[in-house]
Design a protein around this ligand. Structure first.
Ligand code: NDP
Length: 307
């Protein structure tokens, strides 16, 4: 028994396969789409994220450009260094890989500097404004991927109660707005919510995006709810891993091999047993983010090239 697994890897592949003919049409008519990724400094996590994005571009025939400003650059210098990229009209999507070094004002760079027409991550103020108005513009990739996943699994949204835990500008808030535009009744929870478990138990669709390993437990989940676990938390404490995955010898073996495992924001066993459908971690939300980045890049290229 247990909920249906919402297979993010499969849906991600599906989305990317559907992009191939659109990319081929762009290449035949004008040129392939192009994505520029700005990676500041040497953050190892960023290196992996960027490598995966560039690989996805290569696999699909999207041209990728990686820009590597030094890790000690100031906010003003970074903004200045982006000007040639902005001037290069052959680039469709531009993104700044997070996290940025601490001396950089990340909001200033992501929200106000990227050309709104090419804001492929949808983090800029103009893109966010269009989202509020439900007008077309690139949407933040993770929430857009979650919506796509729910739709492709034909999970009804209209009229249902969705609870989003987390109110960040890149996940929680855009997710809540996307669900609202699909006519869900939406509650947004955050660290000051007074009865988190009570609010979550009202959810037909529960989205956990808080960055707190396994903080959502059986007491937060209404039986039969659809649970989407956005959290990606790496834990290396053996006793925590043991208590979370006592039922899962595969994950315990993975921990023994690697010394850490990836855990979502939802307690995995509770999610499997109580939900009607759920996204596993890993293999749920994560793969969708890259697929939607590719989709946004293609969409921007089509708009810019008039296709
Ligand atoms: P942020 O840290 O920016 O935001 C976390 C949010 O959760 C905040 O709004 C915070 O509330 C809320 N929160 C934190 N603790 C609690 C609590 N105890 N109870 C209720 N609310 C709480 O994180 P992000 O939105 O960037 O990311 C969230 C998670 O999603 C992370 O684990 C991240 O790694 C993952 N992620 C995964 C992606 C993927 O592709 N799978 C992509 C992006 C993120 P407050 O505002 O009050 O501080």
């Amino acid at each position: 028994m247990g909920g249906t697994v919402l297979d993010g890897k499969r849906i991600s592949r599906e989305i990317q396969e559907e992009l191939r003919p659109r990319i081929a049409a762009l290449a035949a008519r004008s040129r392939p789409p192009a994505l520029a990724v700005v990676r500041v400094g040497d953050n190892p996590a960023s290196e992996i994220y960027v490598r995966n994005k560039i690989k996805a571009c290569r696999d699909l025939g999207i041209r990728s450009i990686e820009i590597r400003p030094p890790g000690n650059i100031s906010t003003d210098e970074l903004i200045e260094s982006l000007k040639p990229l902005t001037a290069d009209r052959s680039v469709d999507g531009i993104l700044i890989q997070m996290p940025l070094p601490p001396q950089i004002d990340a909001s200033a760079v992501t929200m106000y500097v990227i050309d709104p027409m090419r804001d492929v991550d949808g983090f800029g103020v103009i893109s966010l404004g269009y989202l509020v108005l439900n007008e077309p513009a690139p949407r933040a990739c993770t929430p857009a991927g979650i919506l796509e996943l729910l739709k492709r699994y034909q999970i009804p949204i209209a009229g249902r109660h969705a609870v989003v835990v987390g109110r960040s500008n890149i996940v929680g808030k855009p997710m809540a707005l996307l669900l609202l535009h699909e006519n869900a009744t939406v509650t947004i929870c955050h660290s000051k919510t007074s009865d988190l478990a009570g609010e979550c138990r009202r959810a037909d669709i529960l989205i956990a995006a808080m960055g707190r390993p396994a903080a959502i437990t059986a007491s937060h989940i209404k039986p039969g709810a659809v649970v989407v676990d956005v959290g990606m938390n790496r834990i290396s404490d053996r006793s925590a891993v043991q208590s979370l995955f006592a039922h899962d010898p595969v994950r315990l073996a993975a921990f023994d091999k690697n010394g850490s495992v990836l855990v979502g924001d939802v307690e995995p066993r509770a999610m499997q047993e109580l939900s009607s459908a759920y996204t596993p971690v890993p293999g749920g939300v994560g793969p969708l983010t890259i697929a939607m980045l590719m989709a946004n890049t293609v969409q921007i290229a089509e708009t810019r090239l008039g296709c």
